[in-house]
Design a binder for this molecule. Structure first.
Ligand code: 5GP
Length: 179
């Protein structure tokens, strides 16, 4: 890992424990039901891959891709569906899996679009939450960690499409994006 550019916030072992805890909690809450897990691309794919393997209820997967920050580190507030779900969610128990909730504008938009398709239930799981940045009334049901207002990368999260493969969640040193 390029330690000149990042500081480790949660290492691999710490994340594994937390994700296992979330998986257990979700499995308890959905006992006897079947879940449709909807991953928000691209950032959520690493968290989602680990989370579903910690769950012991029947699970089906689908993905949605929405426009994100691009090269900037702050939200434009503008959200657009780039790839929609493959399956109908009518009468399904849906769990949206997101990497990080920041302003909440992305999830507000996504959850409203999905609610209009009449699922049986809809909940949100996110690995990271930055509650101090919230602009929309979004309250994730399952949260790994609440973090301060710092730009993080790794474990699926990028900066300009880099760093997604880092196994740890790291804080990107501001010098990287201030230049
Ligand atoms: P929101 O709409 O909640 O402001 O933004 C959510 C999306 O912004 C996340 O799915 C993620 O793609 C991006 N995002 C927000 N904060 C961070 C961050 O600290 N690091 C990275 N890499 N992406 C972030």
């Amino acid at each position: 890992m390029d330690l000149v550019k990042v500081e480790v916030l949660f290492d691999r072992a710490t994340l594994k424990e937390k994700v296992a805890e979330l998986g257990k909690q979700i499995s308890r809450d959905y006992q006897g039901r079947e879940l449709l897990v909807v991953g928000i691309l691209k950032g959520a794919f690493v968290f989602m891959a680990d989370l579903i393997r910690e769950m012991n209820v029947p699970v089906e997967l689908d993905f949605m891709d929405v426009s994100s920050y691009g090269l900037s580190t702050s939200s434009s507030g503008e959200v657009r569906i780039v790839k929609d779900l493959e399956y109908s969610i009518k009468d399904r128990d849906v769990l949206i899996v997101e990497d990080i909730v920041d302003t909440g504008l992305t999830l507000k938009y996504i959850s409203e679009v999905l609610k209009n398709r009449n699922p049986r239930s809809i909940k949100i799981a996110c690995l990271l939450d930055k509650p101090s940045r919230r602009k929309a009334d979004i309250y994730p049901d399952y949260v790994g960690y609440s973090i301060p207002d710092k730009f993080v990368v790794g474990y699926g999260l990028d900066y300009a499409e880099q760093y997604r493969h880092y196994p740890a969640v790291c804080v990107l040193k501001p010098a990287v994006y201030e230049n």
